[in-house]
Design a protein around this ligand. Structure first.
Ligand code: 26W
Length: 843
């Protein structure tokens, strides 16, 4: 801190201290921001003050690039990708921005010279957890790749005041704590109070004929809410392009204050204000489980309406005609959550911009493309008709009209086929009438894709089979990817350095170049360094676990990790069955020579998902017994790392030897954690599910531990009347494990605690754990044998990294650009926003 004082007294030859990248300038800028933004003297500044000062320093550099980008996109009237997503699970910005700006080392030095520690400052940032899991994190990776590939793009979503809950573990159970991520302010966002749109809700529709004789509708809403734009610049890696993530916050329109004053019902008006503000208040924490809540429908409509109004405003502002909207904008629907956009764009075009139906429909169906992210039937969004009519009366009319015209066409193409009409209808007519959002997305989109080869194929065979019959040309596969900037460079600097020493740094932008590592597979020194890197990272994680949970881990043991949302289809409990199997082997034969293993779990359960919460309790209960049994002698350890999020995951993926990707075949659409593990040199034990299939082909079958039933085998076993009892009765070690859980062995004798769990396995077992048990155990035994040969394991690990290039989100985004979006890179040049250093004096 004294050093900071000294810095102030130094005379610095000024580069512009808001854009300059030299170490003295950065140092000066940090000090400056501490004074003028945080309003603190170094002597009383907290770590958070320093973090904020640093964040503003980095933000200034971002803004220069962001303004240049927006300016250039507008001037050149470039075609834009709009990524519509109810979730963006960004993770902390600071480290990532330092990497993408290419100033990590400079900042490290500058901060050090100020007597501070960069790691500590980076750790101050509360991550924006505006997503549940895979879908939200994918959106964040795609934003990084879009900017890196210099594609003009806007991400549109919701600025939840409370993101995904923080998880604590008490007595082995999950406890949810509100995520107050905005508590200390958010230096990465820029509020745009002038960019607002009104969104109507509820009420009724009037019909009339206008003076040109056109039949028209007028919507009298119950409630009008205002959406305010909050922008976050997303900078690409080593480029000038910085795109916008625009998130909407809901507020009451100004008129409320006025009404309150006039009407005298102050409290009544304030109530309404709260209703408005509630819309963007909290992220729904359900993953893959649809819940037909009114507020959720309002959230979806709110952000989609603001976003489409914004796109139209931008288009008209820069001289576009409404008729050419779809030529300048393409809107990707990230699952069905934003699919109300199809009806909303029709409404905006017809009611507000006075286009006729045919023109509006042409524009709409040339604007949207839809990505499906799940096959689980319980995740499919269908809104009860009553609720839908109450919240969105005008949209229901529009949906009926879309449906009427559409089903006429279907009937022409498939005469006398009521079956296909029923399945394609936008309205489900079961015991309960519903609006089917997937069907709305399909009819309104020119392209439909799944997120891994197997998933895309299953879509055409199952949930979207009839859509595929109708319009096969709309369908394609776009296998997911993840950004190597966050998931290797930022989270694994040791591995990054080792790789870059051998093959340079181009791989960071062109991940296929990792292939050059294959050359060094027989270089003993390299292989040794590779192992050393992994061990060092495992030591770091062990240190952290010791600090936080007082559990001692052996960094020489096999780190066997499963981190992801807790869900029965992901089968964390199959992993537990294996742990208990090993435990029992050791109990029977304490001298048995087994490969020591550390089992690490992490993940949140949806708060209302009882079985998922019970699985967390089971993991912790088994851990308590195994970790403290003297017979085990530290050869097995079980750890549940609480509050799995982006920040924690960046420490976890690099430390893995073994990646658990063990979902029931046909259930995991893609998975993206599987890619992150493999990129960091973990080997995978997995089923033929989601992107595992493609990962295995790329890294080579001999470098992947495959087990379990295939998708067709799962279907067959179910068709034949699956009987979990049969497996239980005929497999002694399986029976022992289940009996043990049932007996209260892991619950201090309480045999009721895990009864629902045991019953669900024995009498239902939807996800075929018992059918896959032996195959999994045998495969795990193979894993252990291979791990004994550390040299061989290291080679397999290197090959996994060398061959993982396909799973960069850069590749995914290139595929979307070429096949679906038809957009091209638009490189931006850095312009001097302050020529002659005068910008702060100019008005
Ligand atoms: C309405 C409740 C709800 C909420 C979220 C239903 C469905 C979702 C998401 C679509 C679930 C999700 O995140 N799916 C995951 O998407 C990832 C990115 O494509 C895939 O890698 C995962 O396999 C898939 O489970």
């Amino acid at each position: 801190m004294n050093q900071l004082n000294e810095t102030f007294n130094q005379h610095i030859e000024i580069e512009d201290d808001r854009t300059g990248l030299s170490i003295p300038t950065l140092r000066r800028a940090i000090a400056d921001n501490l004074f003028y933004v945080q309003g603190k003297f170094p002597s009383i500044a907290t770590e958070n003050d320093y973090y904020m000062a640093l964040a503003y320093t980095v933000r200034d550099r971002l803004l220069q690039r962001w303004l240049a980008s927006s300016n250039s996109y507008i001037e050149n009237k470039t075609r834009m990708v709009c990524y519509l997503s109810a979730e963006f699970l960004l993770g902390p910005h600071l480290g990532n921005n330092l990497i993408n700006l290419g100033i990590y080392d400079q900042i490290h030095r500058a901060v050090e010279e100020l007597g501070l520690n960069l790691d500590i400052l980076i750790a101050q940032e509360e991550e924006p957890g505006l997503g549940n899991g895979g879908l939200g994190r994918l959106a964040a990776c795609y934003m990084d790749s879009l900017a890196t590939l210099e594609i003009p793009a806007i991400g549109y979503g919701i600025r939840y005041e409370f993101g995904i809950f923080d998880q604590e573990i008490r007595d082995g159970w999950q406890v949810e704590i509100t995520d107050k991520w905005l508590r200390y302010g958010n230096p990465w966002e820029i509020c745009r109070p002038e960019i607002t749109y009104e969104v109507k809700l509820g009420g009724y529709i009037d019909h009339y004929t206008d003076h040109n004789g056109n039949y028209r509708s007028y919507w009298h809403p119950d409630l009008v809410v205002k959406g305010v734009a909050y922008d976050t610049p997303i900078l690409g890696y080593q480029v000038t392009n910085a795109n916008t993530l625009r998130l909407w916050k809901s507020e009451a329109p100004e008129s409320f204050d006025f009404q309150a004053f006039n009407v005298g019902n102050y409290y009544g008006a304030v109530d309404k204000k709260i209703v408005c503000e509630n819309i963007s208040k909290v992220l729904y924490p359900n993953d893959e489980q649809f819940e037909g809540k009114q507020l959720r429908l309002e959230q979806q409509y709110f952000f989609v309406s603001c976003s489409l109004q914004d796109m139209i405003t931008l288009h008209l502002l820069y001289g576009g005609k409404i008729e050419t909207f779809h030529e300048k904008f393409v809107a990707q629907l990230n699952d069905t959550h934003p699919s109300i956009g199809v009806a909303e764009l029709m409404r905006l075009l017809i009611d507000d911009h006075k286009l006729n139906w045919e023109k509006a429909w042409k524009i709409t169906t040339h604007t949207f493309a839809y990505t499906n992210h799940t096959l689980l039937p319980e995740a499919l969004e269908t809104w009860g008709l009553d609720l839908f009519a109450k919240v969105l009366p005008r949209h229901l009319e529009i949906i009926y009209e879309i449906n009427r015209r559409f089903l006429e066409e279907v009937a022409l193409k498939f005469p006398n086929n009521q079956g296909i009409i029923n399945s394609l209808s936008l309205i489900g007519e079961g015991d309960r009438k519903v609006v089917r959002m997937a069907n709305l997305a399909c009819v309104g989109s020119f392209a439909i894709n799944g997120v891994a080869a197997l998933h895309s194929q299953l879509l055409t065979e199952t949930v979207l089979h009839d859509w595929y019959q109708l319009s096969p040309q709309k369908f394609s596969n776009k296998t997911n990817g993840v950004t190597p900037r966050r998931w290797i460079v930022l989270s694994n600097p040791r591995l990054t350095n080792l790789i870059s020493l051998k093959i340079g740094t181009h791989w960071i932008k062109n991940l296929d170049e990792l292939r050059k590592l294959e050359e060094f597979i027989n270089d003993d020194i390299f292989c040794k360094s590779w192992r050393q890197v992994k061990t060092d990272i495992k030591k770091d994680l062990a240190q952290k676990v010791k600090q936080q949970q007082k559990i001692i881990l052996n960094p020489e043991s096999l780190f066997d990790i499963q981190v992801k949302r807790i869900h029965e289809y992901k089968r964390q409990h199959l992993n537990v069955l294996h742990i208990i199997t090993l435990y029992n082997r050791l109990k029977k034969n304490p001298k048995l020579d087994i490969v020591p293993r550390t089992f690490i779990f992490g993940g949140k359960a949806a708060p209302g998902y009882f079985m998922a919460k019970l699985i967390i309790k089971l993991i912790n209960s088994v851990g308590e017994v195994v970790n403290n049994d003297p017979d085990i002698h530290d050869r097995l350890k079980v750890v549940f790392i609480p509050d799995y999020n982006v920040t924690n995951s960046q420490r976890i993926y690099p430390a893995a030897d073994l990646s658990e990707q063990i979902s029931t075949a046909g259930k995991e659409a893609s998975g993206t954690g599987n890619m992150k593990f493999s990129m960091n040199g973990a080997l995978t034990i997995g089923t033929l599910d989601g992107a595992n299939v493609e990962i295995r082909v790329c890294v080579g079958e001999e470098n992947f531990f495959l087990f379990g039933l295939t998708t067709p085998e799962v279907a067959q076993i179910k068709n034949n009347g699956y009987n979990p009892w049969h497996y239980y009765q005929n497999n002694a070690s399986l029976k022992e494990v289940i009996d043990q859980i049932a007996s209260g062995y892991f619950s201090h004798g309480d045999y009721n605690l895990f009864k629902p769990f045991v019953d669900s396995l024995l009498y239902d077992d939807q996800y075929l754990l018992l059918a896959d048990y032996q195959s999994y155990i045998d495969c795990q035994d193979r894993v252990a044998e291979v791990y004994r040969n550390k040299e061989h394991w290291a080679k397999m690990s290197i090959l996994n990294v060398a061959r993982i290039g396909k799973f960069s989100s850069d590749r995914s985004i290139r595929d979307y650009c070429k096949d679906i979006w038809k957009v091209h890179p638009h490189p931006v040049e850095l312009i001097d926003l302050c020529p002659d250093g005068q910008c702060r004096l100019r008005n």
